[in-house]
Design a binder for this molecule. Structure first.
Ligand SMILES: Cc1cc2nc3c(=O)[nH]c(=O)nc-3n(C[C@H](O)[C@H](O)[C@H](O)COP(=O)(O)O)c2cc1C
Length: 370
């Protein structure tokens, strides 16, 4: 007997949810409203004597054994609805042409039908050489998704890595959400041991704390994507969905926790100071200057979701023009800090100001007093 969640009606519900997941961020403002990513509190130090030529600047870097032309990843977004095919197709083209990494959206839907699997695998078709990251939810792992299914998910896009997303806030606000996280860490450890590609654990916009990062490192994960607060808010997306479903209590929760989470720069700093595994910075990054700031703070790579989605939904030209803009902003930041390479950028000096400086000082004070 098929699992209840394999019924055709259930596939239709998943498709609709995936469609909402693209349309709401594109049509409504679901960005953070009362917090920022805190990167405005990071100042890079100007170098008046850079001693490099702009054209000689090398933005290439290595992450998890793969060479990238720049430390940039198109963060995990979509699949599982016909509307995603065009988006993933264009994002795949971008990743291939520009040497960026790319994450797919949660692929549980792709396990249910081969038609839906194609909404993801189009990315690999268009990006035969790019670093692609498969995606699955922590809540699904806790619920019993098998290692075999995880392998199928990797195989679906011939992925170079698999990301497990932790989205407790979204599960809490989502009208049909499953806020059940008991046993997730054990499942992640099992996955890290059994699956043939590196496991990346990511948030989706509320950030990773130092305590969580340490537990993840001990569980054997290969990298962490902090995906902090300050950008797309999944509490906001689910609040709007709850409103349409006339679910007052969920809509109220989404409103209350719209800006919940650890701002990206704060999350990045505390994770970078606590673990040795590489870090991807994400959550509200909107420019090449912000990418540069994240590298200086200790990230190996920087990722953006919504900015790529918006341009990919407009046109291929708009998407590629955006990539050119962020690359030129990144290179300019490197020139102005006298950094000829990503390694040099990583070791350049920064100054923390405002709320971020205060949070860091408070946290350090707390650690010393223990
Ligand atoms: C339309 C959209 C769909 C997303 N779907 C997923 C997903 O399926 N799996 C996942 O791990 N993260 C997902 N995310 C979260 C992003 O990967 C990212 O962590 C978060 O949006 C913060 O980045 P941003 O502020 O640049 O959008 C999604 C984000 C957007 C905008």
């Amino acid at each position: 007997m098929p699992d209840a969640s394999d019924l055709p009606a259930d596939i239709e519900i998943i498709k609709q949810r995936k469609k909402d997941g693209i349309e709401i961020p594109l049509q409504k403002n679901v960005q953070a409203r009362a917090t920022s990513n805190y990167l405005e509190h990071v100042r890079l130090v100007h170098n008046a004597l850079p001693e490099i030529d702009y054209d000689d600047i090398d933005t290439s870097t290595t992450f998890l054994g793969h060479r990238f032309s720049a430390p940039i990843i198109i963060d995990s977004m979509t699949g599982g609805t016909p509307e995603a095919t065009i988006i993933n197709g264009r994002l795949g083209e971008l990743a291939e042409k520009y040497g960026f990494g790319m994450g797919l959206g949660s692929q549980r839907a792709g396990l249910k039908s081969s038609d839906l699997a194609e909404t993801y695998s189009i990315a690999r078709k268009n990006a035969p050489h790019a670093f692609l990251i498969a995606n699955i939810g922590g809540a699904q792992l806790a619920k019993g998704l098998s290692i075999d299914d995880a392998r199928k998910i990797v195989q679906m896009v011939k992925a170079n890595a698999i990301a497990v997303h932790l989205n407790p806030l979204q599960e809490l606000v989502q009208p049909e959400g499953e806020p059940r996280y008991r046993g997730v860490l054990k499942k992640i450890a099992e996955l890290a041991k059994e699956v043939q590609v590196p496991v990346i654990v990511k948030e989706v916009g509320s950030g990773i704390s130092r305590e969580v990062a340490i537990r993840l490192e001990m569980a054997g994960v290969s990298a962490i994507n902090v995906a902090g607060a300050g950008g797309t808010s999944w509490a906001a997306v689910e609040k709007l969905r709850a409103e349409s479903a006339r679910n007052g209590p969920k809509s109220h929760l989404g409103d209350m926790f719209w800006d919940w989470g650890i701002p990206t720069a704060q999350s990045l700093l505390e994770v970078a100071r606590s673990v040795k595994i590489p870090i991807i910075a994400s959550g509200g990054l909107r420019s090449g200057l912000e990418v540069a700031k994240c590298i200086v703070l200790g990230a190996s790579m920087a990722a953006m979701a919504y900015p790529f989605l918006r341009r990919a939904s407009e046109s291929r030209e708009s998407l590629f023009a955006f990539a050119d803009t962020i690359l030129s902003e990144l290179k300019s930041s490197m020139f102005l800090t006298g950094s000829g390479s990503i390694a040099a950028l990583r070791s350049s000096r920064y100054i923390l100001t405002g709320a971020l400086a205060q949070e860091v000082a408070t946290n350090e004070g707390r650690q010393h007093s223990r």
